[in-house]
Structures are given as structure tokens and as C-alpha cells.
Design a protein around this ligand. Structure first.
Ligand code: FE
Ligand code: FE
Length: 166
């Protein structure tokens, strides 16, 4: 796609985020299934439904800009999901797997936080006020998810893994 203006770059980034979120809707159920800690499992399920809402927001933003969601594949998310899949497939004690799943999920959230932050900055400059509002809602969800994962790791999951002896 052409990349002559900041608007072009914003559209590209929105399509990239759309692809990232879409890939995540396929990965999160696998992460939920692999998680043993009930709070972690529930957290992944909750974030799946949030992610579906984020896809709808991106769709709305792109449509309002007269654009469609296709044509871009987010390779960054593809890589992060591939790493997460290793955490699922590798033979591991369940406490250690939960810790690894949280680590993988937080990489994903940080990647998304970065993506939304950049898109919001461009949308603000371009006067796309509705886009800013919608993208901020998604950014808030990503940040809240990241915080919940930290609390779960620091409060329970990491210490359960640390208590294991080989
Ligand atoms: Fe997301
Ligand atoms: Fe997320």
C-alpha cells in the first residue's frame, strides 16, 4: 500500500493491529486451555472477549476512515504467538508452564500497548477524534490486562513455580 502521508501510516498500523488482534483470538483459547491456575485461565477467557471487542473497534475506526481491515499481516504478533506456543507445547511442570504463559502473554500485551500508543499519537495529530476515543478504550484494556498478569505472577504463580524442587 502507498505510504505517502501520516494518514497512510495510521491506516497501515490499524490494519496491522487488526491482524494482530485477529491472530490473538485464535491463540488465547489455547492459552486458556493450557493454563492450570484458575484465575489465569479465566483471565485469558476474559481477555478473549475483550479482544473481540477490540477487533470491532478497529473495524469501526477503519470503516469511518473509508478503509477496510485486510491486506496486512502482523509478523510481530505471529512471532510472539509462536513463542507462546512453545510455552504450551514444551513438557513442563504446571506451575512453571503457568509462569511461562504469563511471560508470553505480557510480551503480547506490551507489544499491543506500543501499537495502540503509536496509532493514538498519529490519530491525535490527524484530528481523528473518534478514532482516538475508541483506540484509547482498547489501550486501557491492554494496560489493565498487563497489570492483572503482573499481580497474578507476583502474587501466586511465580512463587508456586519457585517452590518446586527438581
Ligand atoms: Fe488486544
Ligand atoms: Fe491484549
Amino acid at each position: 500500500m502507498k505510504m505517502e502521508t501520516l494518514r497512510d501510516l495510521l491506516v497501515h498500523n490499524l490494519k496491522d493491529l487488526y491482524s494482530a488482534e485477529n491472530q490473538l483470538t485464535k491463540a488465547l483459547p489455547k492459552m486458556a486451555k493450557a493454563a492450570t491456575n484458575p484465575e489465569l485461565k479465566k483471565g485469558f477467557e476474559t481477555h478473549l472477549s475483550e479482544t473481540q471487542g477490540q477487533i470491532e473497534r478497529l473495524d469501526r475506526v477503519l470503516k469511518a476512515m473509508g478503509e477496510t481491515h485486510g491486506g496486512v499481516k502482523c509478523k510481530g504478533m505471529e512471532g510472539l504467538i509462536a513463542e507462546g506456543a512453545e510455552a504450551i507445547e514444551e513438557e513442563a511442570a504446571k506451575e512453571v508452564r503457568d509462569a511461562a504463559l504469563i511471560g508470553a502473554a505480557q510480551k503480547v500485551e506490551h507489544y499491543e500497548i506500543s501499537g495502540y500508543g503509536t496509532a493514538i499519537a498519529y490519530a491525535e495529530l490527524l484530528g481523528e477524534a473518534d478514532a482516538v476515543t475508541l483506540l484509547r478504550e482498547s489501550l486501557d484494556e491492554e494496560e489493565a490486562t498487563d497489570k492483572k498478569l503482573s499481580a497474578l505472577a507476583e502474587g501466586t504463580v511465580n512463587s508456586a513455580a519457585a517452590a518446586l524442587v527438581a
